[in-house]
Design a protein around this ligand. Structure first.
Ligand SMILES: NC(=O)c1ccc[n+]([C@@H]2O[C@H](COP(=O)([O-])OP(=O)(O)OC[C@H]3O[C@@H](n4cnc5c(N)ncnc54)[C@H](OP(=O)(O)O)[C@@H]3O)[C@@H](O)[C@H]2O)c1
Length: 301
């Protein structure tokens, strides 16, 4: 199958490209500021998702069977810093990809986030629950979902995912890379004990996206996440233990004690039905996610 992949240099896009090539697909990798590191790509194309004049032509030239959109301004801080750019990359780009995919009869897989929810529910969120994002990042991602479903009503897939674990191409993107780099730089990061997440590895999400690439009978919005729910502080403790860092390298704090953070989503747990019973890939435990990570040593070890 010929797959056009945006965001091929990102944490998830890189993992998806590796998985798709392993399975024998031809991957055309679109990248922006970084160069893709995956071997075996069919083609790489530099592309700015905020300037999409040539995108239709590019898609018509390559006529992919599937378009997978992993490009995004994926950090809430970056979205707050440049909302106009975020609107272009996070909303206008998926809209155009949905229009193009409808035109060429391609399947469109679009990646979204748990942050479309406000995190105030005690129940795990189902894919049919009403989203209510609290920040601009979540708002752009929700707008994108709606654009995708409106402009590709025939064959859309929106996969909402949680905070990602994994080895990022830059070595600076994922949870453990940022945390351990801060500690090695002499910081003692504060981690919320009242912010509950359901972390998942990029490689596990990539397997799910790959199954969805090949399963044209599955359409709509789906939730995927890891097998365990943990607070950010618990995640930090498990990461520190895994890498042999002292457990007191981080501080446990409550977001509800700090007005600057009180509005952040408390509990972003996902109900994985119906997709979990339809796919071969299983949600990974946190231990399995840790085992995939490249070794990072304490600076003074
Ligand atoms: N990471 C998480 O914890 C997480 C959690 C929930 C949902 N998600 C969602 O999952 C998807 C993938 O996230 P990720 O973590 O893999 O993100 P990431 O590592 O930050 O990668 C973002 C990708 O988007 C590309 N990109 C950024 N600006 C672009 C532009 N102007 N034009 C074209 N491409 C551009 C980047 O290209 P260059 O690197 O080449 O500039 C990179 O390949 C996103 O939709 C994100 O919202 C991520």
């Amino acid at each position: 199958m010929k797959i056009l992949l945006t965001g091929a240099t990102g944490l998830l896009g890189n993992a998806y490209a590796e998985a798709a090539i392993r399975r024998g697909h031809k991957v055309i990798a679109l990248h922006h500021s970084q160069t893709p590191r995956v071997n075996g790509l069919h083609k790489t194309i530099q592309f700015d998702g905020s300037q999409t004049e040539n995108l239709t032509q590019l898609c018509l030239e390559h006529w992919p069977d599937t378009i997978v959109n992993c490009a995004a301004i994926s950090s809430p801080d970056a979205v707050d810093a440049d909302p106009k750019l975020a609107e272009k990359v996070n909303v206008a780009l998926p809209r155009l990809l949905a229009q193009i995919s409808t035109h060429i009869g391609a399947r469109l897989l679009h990646v979204s986030t748990d942050m479309v929810f406000d995190g105030h529910s005690d129940e795990a969120y189902r894919s049919t629950d009403m989203p209510f994002p609290t920040g601009l990042y979540g708002q752009t991602k929700l707008m994108a979902e709606r654009e995708v479903l409106e402009h590709n009503p025939e064959d859309p897939v929106v996969l909402r995912i949680p905070i990602l674990m994994g080895n990022s191409p830059s070595g600076k993107r994922s949870v453990h890379e940022k945390l351990l780099a801060a500690i090695n730089a002499g910081e003692r990061p504060k981690l919320f004990c009242d912010e509950i997440r359901q972390p998942c590895s990029a490689s596990n999400v990539a397997e799910v996206l790959l199954e969805l690439t090949e399963r044209r009978d599955l359409h709509g919005i789906f939730h995927w996440a890891g097998a365990e729910t943990l607070s950010r502080f618990e995640m930090g403790q498990r990461i520190l233990r895994h890498f042999g860092f002292p457990l007191d390298s981080v501080q446990s704090v409550c977001k509800n004690d700090d007005p600057d953070f009180a509005n952040r989503p408390s509990n972003l747990t996902f109900n994985l039905h119906p997709i979990v019973s339809k796919l071969k890939t299983k949600p990974a435990t946190f231990e399995e996610q840790l085992e995939e990570l490249t070794q990072i040593k304490p600076l003074n070890a």
